[in-house]
Design a protein around this ligand. Structure first.
Ligand code: TRP
Length: 448
């Protein structure tokens, strides 16, 4: 029925696209500062636990469901559950994708400015700029960050417009290997800084006394965010995976790549944090404050700076295209709009919300709901509420409602592959994941 639908051309292409979605600002920008805020190694341990125990089962569910239905996230539930409340899951997905992409574009815009700064301002040896002032002057400026956000969103739209194989797959296959090599080199360089050991200790030695229940929720939210699970992005991508690929092996590779890059980012950042006396809990600015310091102390610092911020931009791009694709695929497949029109409409909508997030560091600084800015709200609501809720719903749907034989057929390619973990998988989906996520969610909201 969907013979003309686009798909990934090869297994490597599928993995590059999926890992591209998973590996992003979440790993390199967010993970280190979340860990810095929540007890370093303690956060890392809890994070890895959630990734394996809950992330993997939910990811497998999304893969199976998406490939089975061969449709975008909204259309999947619309077709499988036309008459039940499950249908509205699709609305949640679209909302979450829009919210995440909005604030994502803000930070991705910052990385573009830093690419530009590396070319012109040069973070090379002996440059004595106050990086704190530079960063805060920039993000509070009413025009510059908005400009870069628009540039970034246009790039995202450009790739998505080109389609799944010719756009998404083609660019992620190019960018992901590059990203990996660079973060590895930066990690090694950071470890050879004077005083690097302090940072490594901070990152790997668990200090559980500093891990609050809010921190545990953040670790769960971060695991979901980093793996791109809980809201139909992977479901949509999985609908482009060919029927003879092994979903279990793909998901394991994606999870390993994602965790490895997060750990490498921590290794690249914390030694520098301690070597240069930066507060490890300095929040969203961490990457923009620490790494330029490292570059300033390196031979060819300017070159490294350019490469690093370019690659951070690429990591962001390979993720933002997956978020935009969810919205675009909805318009194309459900509303029967051309891909071109759908891409333009979605990009414009998201950019408008995104600009509000960006301005919330400058002109809209005073606008607060609770104690959160617009940016803070978008980030908190999507990562810490919508993603966990999405995770609960997908687990319940696959554990209780979806036909188990269909799930098995999808994961084994109709019996061709062995699957030893079906029983534990179902158990986790039925009981462990929903209860766990729910308790943490209620607790963090102060309701439990
Ligand atoms: N996983 C990406 C990151 O770590 C962000 C992302 C892309 C995402 N697609 C998503 C997060 C879907 C949640 C849901 O930066």
């Amino acid at each position: 029925m969907h013979n003309t639908r686009d798909s990934f051309g090869s297994k490597f292409g599928a993995i590059a696209a999926l890992a591209g979605s998973a590996v992003g600002l979440g790993n390199i920008w967010k993970f280190p500062y979340e860990a810095g805020n929540n007890g370093g190694g303690a956060f890392l341990l809890v994070y890895i636990f959630f990734t394996v125990a809950i992330g993997l089962p939910v990811m497998l569910s999304e893969f199976a469901l998406g490939r089975y239905s061969g449709r975008n996230a909204f259309g999947t539930f619309d077709r499988l559950e036309p008459k039940t409340v499950w249908r509205y899951f699709g609305v949640l997905v679209l909302l979450a994708a829009t919210m995440i992409l909005s604030f994502y574009g803000t930070v991705a815009g910052w990385t573009l400015e830093y690419v530009f700064k590396s070319f012109t301002f040069s973070f090379h040896v002996g440059t004595d700029v106050d990086l704190n002032t530079m960063f805060s002057d920039f993000i509070t400026n009413p025009y510059k960050p908005v400009f870069w956000q628009i540039v970034f969103m246009a790039l995202t739209g450009f790739i998505v417009l080109a389609g799944v194989k010719k756009g998404i797959e083609r660019y992620t296959k190019l960018m992901m290997p590059l990203l990996f090599v660079l973060i590895l080199i930066l990690g090694i360089r950071a470890c050879t800084l004077d005083g690097a050991m302090e940072g490594i200790k901070f990152f790997f030695l668990p200090k559980f006394s500093e891990l609050t229940s809010q921190g545990v929720l953040s670790a769960l939210g971060q695991a979901f965010f980093s793996l791109s699970i809980g809201m139909g992005v992977l479901l949509t991508y999985a609908s482009y995976i060919k029927k003879d690929e092994n979903l279990t092996s793909i998901s394991l590779q994606v999870i390993c790549a994602d965790t490895l890059i997060a750990v490498l980012a921590g290794i690249a950042i914390f030694p520098a944090v301690f070597a240069f006396n930066i507060a490890p809990d300095s929040g969203p600015g961490l990457v923009f404050l620490t790494l330029p310091q490292v570059f300033q102390s390196m031979a060819f610092g300017q070159l490294w700076a350019i490469l690093f911020f370019l690659l951070l931009t690429m990591a962001a791009l390979t993720s933002s295209i997956s978020l935009l694709e969810v919205i675009v695929a909805f318009f194309v497949e459900e509303k029967h709009i051309s891909r071109r029109k759908a891409t333009v409409i979605s990009t414009v909508i998201v950019t408008i919300f995104g600009i509000l997030c960006t301005l919330s560091f400058g002109p809209l600084k005073e606008v607060h709901i609770g104690n959160l800015s617009v940016f803070g709200i978008f980030d908190y609501v999507s990562s810490n509420i919508l993603l966990p809720v999405g995770g609960i719903l997908i687990s319940i749907y696959m554990g209780w409602r979806f036909d188990r034989r269909l799930l098995e057929a999808e994961l084994t390619n109709n019996g061709e592959l062995k699957l030893w973990l079906l029983k534990p998988l179902i158990f986790v989906l039925k009981y462990v994941a929903p209860l766990f996520i729910l308790v943490i969610l209620l607790h963090s909201l102060g309701l439990f």
